[in-house]
Every structure is written in C-alpha cells, then in structure tokens.
Design a protein around this ligand. Sequence first.
Ligand code: ZN
Length: 264
Amino acid sequence: MLYILFAIALIILLLYVVFLKRKNNINQILPSLDDESRALLREHVVFYTELDDAQKAIFETRMLHFLNTTRITGVNTVVEQLDRILIGASAIIPIFGFADWEYMNLNEVLLYPDSFSHDFAQQGDERTILGIVGDGPYQNIMILSKHELRQGFLNKTGKNNTAIHEFVHLVDKTDGAVDGLPESLMAKQYVLPWLNLMQKKMQEIVSNESDINPYGATKQAEFFAVVSEYFFEQPDLLQEKHPDLYMLLTKIFKQQPQRKETGK
Ligand SMILES: [Zn+2]
C-alpha cells in the first residue's frame, strides 16, 4: 500500500516538474519588449520599420502576446532571441490587418537547424524541406528550419520568406481547408475574382512568363502562400508587376504593405 502511495506521489511530482518546465518554456519572454528585442526588430524586420510609431507599439504588443502563448522548441539547435523575434514577427505580419486575430490552430513551433528530411512528417505541407504546417499527428505544430527562417529576413531584396509562407498556410487553414482560398477572411465579392486570378497567374508561371516563384504553380494553396511572401517582402515590386494581384491581396489581408524607406 505504501509503495502505491509513494508511486502516486512520485508521478504527481514528475508531472508537476514537467508542467513547470513547459510553462517556463512559454514564458521566457517578459510582459514588455526589451530593448534588445526591439533592436533586433529594427535591424531585421523591414515590415516593422515601415510602420508608424502607433502601429509599431501595436505590432510589439501582439508579437509579445504570440510569443507568450506559443511554445518555441529547438530540436538539435538552440533557440536564440533573434529566432524568437523572427518567428513572432512572421506570425504577426500576415494578420496585422485583423485586429483581434489569434492563431487558434497553433500550439508549438519546432525549430530545426536546417532542412529536414521528407520522411520526418509525410503529411501536411509538401514544402517539408523548408517548413511545414503539421497535419494528422502533427496537428497544431509548425516546423521551421532555423537557416531558412533567418535567410528570409537577412535577404532584404528577395521575394521569399519561409516563415511567413507557413503562417499564411495557417491563415488559409482557418476555414478548415488549406486551399488558397481563405474564405472566412474574404468578402464574398472577392472570392470569384481571386479564384480566376489564381488560375491565370499559375498558368503564367507554367508558361514561363512570370517572376513568381515556380513553386506557386504546384497548387492553389502554394500559390497563395508564395504570392503572400512576395506581397509582404516586396510589396512595391508586386504592385508594379502584378497590380491585380496586389490589389486583391490588400483586400484579403486588409492591409497595404509598402516600402517607404528602402525603395524598391
Ligand atoms: Zn507551402
């Protein structure tokens, strides 16, 4: 009898320790953004530097809330403050136009040192080498490559940003399907124009008449994620080269990203 009581006490203690550890993991970031984090945002996140002071304050608050409620775990790599900031920024950028948005379909981000093999998680997004939004057993989990995460922000003239890509899949998934059509966010009158435009622009990629990442031609969900990367990374260029796409994306995301300071 005593053994059983002892065993139960031990299990409770173990659970408590595990719970505390997980909680601590989540709460590594404090209630307000410190100077170091703000400096990292300023240095690496152009989207943030383009905001006015009031918007910057909102961005910081929302990013902090995301980081305080989402576990970020390094797998064979250390999660540095820069990684946290870049993941937090990638999460907020696509949803900055939706005032009260929270990612209800995400609990944890796993950070891998670099690309990971296809057999690690066969379900979910096909872009497994760079990032993945989990499905099946990986529901509510996102996996990112640390190398790709940083590359997306370090290269300030590129149109690619893997972390933003994956968060856009989560936005797309809100209505239940990752299909390139975020129906719950779009006003009805834009649904048909968006479907038609996607088909047209995907065809242009197939015919080699487009500067959009060819990965966008694989399916509508990837097209939506790929042009969203372009929209947030090089909005002026997208507006110039694909004004119709830019216009509809401003309706979908309810924001108009621009590059005042850095030019094109
Ligand atoms: Zn994808």
